[in-house]
Design a protein around this ligand. Structure first.
Ligand SMILES: [Zn+2]
Length: 211
């Protein structure tokens, strides 16, 4: 059974998913977290980096980590344009929390050049992570960006990137490129039933609990 370990740097989370000695990294945090993320990876035989989407707070270390660890970076091809320009998929804010988050991050989102990893592979819905020693698969969760993906571990927990966040309480993402897609992806997550969700921002929680 795979294990999920949260690595928190500032307000960003990334996750080590391990099975024995094997591990993959889901998201990479921003550049400020590079050493912390590398230290966490050092106890494992790292096989793959998955980025849920190429915003700086998820993918800024992907280039460097991929190089240093000698492993590929997996992402959805639909987001490739974000490496060239954040404005290829501008974000819309939802509610006061969304407007504050966007106001605080917009300048960095626009001005941080997220370097495109050299060893990129493209993944899609249902792709298995078995070849990387992990019992898990890719789930497409478009909305925050067109190509946002998550990782479902075993038949249980799910890493959702920015499809959901837990800035104050768990909810659908406060920032999105496409509202309809975001809503459809929420439906998709609901259909998975009760499980623990791991967010790009905020503490993990149970979702879809019948209360
Ligand atoms: Zn994002």
């Amino acid at each position: 059974m795979s294990r999920i370990e949260q690595i928190k740097t500032g307000t960003d989370n990334c996750y080590l998913v391990s099975e024995g000695k094997n591990a993959i990294l889901v998201d990479t945090c921003s550049a400020a977290g590079l050493e912390k993320v590398l230290a966490a990876c050092s106890s494992y035989d790292m096989k793959l980096i998955v980025i849920t989407h190429p915003h700086f707070d998820h993918a800024e270390n992907a280039y460097e980590l991929s190089k240093r660890l000698g492993i590929p970076v997996a992402m959805n091809k639909a987001d490739i344009g974000i490496f060239d320009s954040y404005d290829s998929q501008p974000l819309i804010a939802r509610g006061i929390v969304g407007r504050v988050v966007l106001w605080l991050s917009l300048k960095v989102l626009r001005n941080t050049k997220v370097r495109r990893p050299e060893n990129l592979i493209f993944v899609k819905e249902g792709d298995s992570l078995e070849a990387y020693g992990i019992d898990g698969q890719i789930i497409e969760l478009p909305g925050h960006t067109k190509g946002s993906i998550g990782v479902v571990i075993g038949d249980g927990d799910v890493i959702v990137g920015d499809q959901m966040d837990n800035w104050i309480r768990p909810s659908e993402g406060h920032l999105y490129a496409d509202k309809k897609d975001l809503e459809n992806s929420m439906e998709k997550l609901r259909s998975l039933g009760e499980r623990t969700a791991y967010y790009g921002h905020g503490k993990p929680t149970k979702i879809n609990t019948s209360r």
